[in-house]
Design a protein around this ligand. Structure first.
Ligand code: PLP
Ligand code: COI
Length: 344
């Protein structure tokens, strides 16, 4: 298999059209078998549920090439079950979890030429999603749906790769208490667009959302969970019913405890205690681990001891261990690394 002629090392986090995608349709109460197709366009009725009442949810995971030439992905079963949770909340039919993992395998195999080589710094981003496809005009769920997975090779989510980023404390909310913050609904991201453009225009990389009820506790950013490191080396990560249960964060909690021997605290984190931490990072599929150098709270700078040049020492260990597991150089816990194929 000949790889695509791409400057892998200089990719940003963008979309390019790969050769194949997986598509399955739900009609008359059941999913069809699904197939790999080449057409990257979708033609839908103007009144389709997704266009009217935003019935859409999605997932994100990555495929990696390991040093010994295998193409693998990371904990796809957790993406399948999180998508099932999203579907249930949005009144969409669940795409069976085993079929979800098989569809990921099929689409990655079909696009093997697009999977970045080991050591290139790039990965293949996999985007499963579901939309309501038939016309809906009264406010109600659609009857027909499409589940689709496309892939696109990507580099770092934040420009500058592993350089620490700057975040501001947001005045807008991302998700309501008892709302949709804990599922991966497209509408959560629509709600964050005004705020991320405003943050970028003002020189910040991301927004720190607080709990909307009291605005005193740290939730997450628009696309990643937070973790903090205390002076005495504990790993602390915010707990709330309105943040997305990040697969990377759940994995890091295990890496921190089992691989690095750190005490892990999954608990409410007050904004007022943030200045006491020595390191801060974002974690997610796209973000991987992105060190945070500074948080700006309405003109007041909270600077972490790790500074703006390099990752802090604990973040570096977390990053090396997590990416080592994902790329196959460190043995991960049973079932984390899911082999899709061997390269020929
Ligand atoms: N939080 C939000 C709002 C996200 O969009 C993402 C990305 O998926 C994450 C957290 C990180 O989740 P994961 O680690 O499962 O990619
Ligand atoms: C991911 O990390 O997969 C996401 O969906 C987050 C998004 C900001 C790209």
């Amino acid at each position: 298999m000949v790889k695509k002629d791409i400057d892998w090392g200089n990719l940003g986090f963008g979309y390019q059209i790969a050769d194949y995608r997986f598509v399955a349709n739900f009609k008359d109460g059941k999913w069809d078998e699904g197939e790999i197709i080449t057409d990257s366009n979708i033609v839908l009725n103007e009144c389709a549920g997704v266009f009217q009442y935003c019935q859409a949810c999605f997932e994100g995971l990555k495929a990696y090439t390991t040093e010994d030439g295998r193409i693998v992905c990371f904990r796809p079963d957790l993406n399948a079950s999180r998508m099932a949770d999203s579907c249930e909340k949005l009144m969409m039919p669940v795409f069976p979890e085993d079929k979800f993992v098989e569809a990921v395998e099929q689409v990655v195999k079909a696009n093997a030429a697009w999977v970045p080589p080991y050591g290139s710094g790039a990965t293949l981003y996999i985007r499963p999603y579901m939309i309501g496809t038939n016309p809906v005009i009264g406010v109600k769920p659609a009857d027909e749906y499409q589940f689709r997975i496309f892939v696109t090779p990507v580099g770092p989510y934040f420009k500058g790769g592993a350089k620490p980023i700057t975040i501001r404390v947001s005045d807008e909310d991302r998700a309501a208490p008892h709302g949709t913050g804990n599922i991966k609904a497209g509408l959560n991201y629509a709600m964050s667009l005004h705020n991320i453009v405003d943050a970028h225009n003002k020189g910040f990389d991301e927004n720190m959302y607080l709990d909307p009820a009291t605005r005193t506790k740290v939730e997450e950013t628009g696309g990643a969970n937070f973790y903090f490191i205390t002076k005495d080396g504990k790993f602390v990560t915010p707990k709330s019913d309105s943040i997305l249960p990040s697969i990377t964060r759940r994995s890091l909690m295990i890496v921190a405890e089992k691989y690095l021997g750190l005490t892990v605290e999954h608990r409410e984190v007050k904004l007022s205690e943030v200045p006491d931490f020595v390191e801060c990072g974002l974690c997610g599929t796209a973000a991987v681990i992105s060190p945070v150098g500074k948080i700006v709270d309405h003109g007041k700078d909270i600077c972490f001891a790790s500074g703006m040049e390099d990752m802090g020492p604990v973040t570096k260990k977390l990053y090396d261990t997590l990416t080592g597991i994902q790329m196959g150089t460190i043995e991960g816990p049973e079932g984390w690394v899911h082999e899709i194929m061997k390269e020929d």
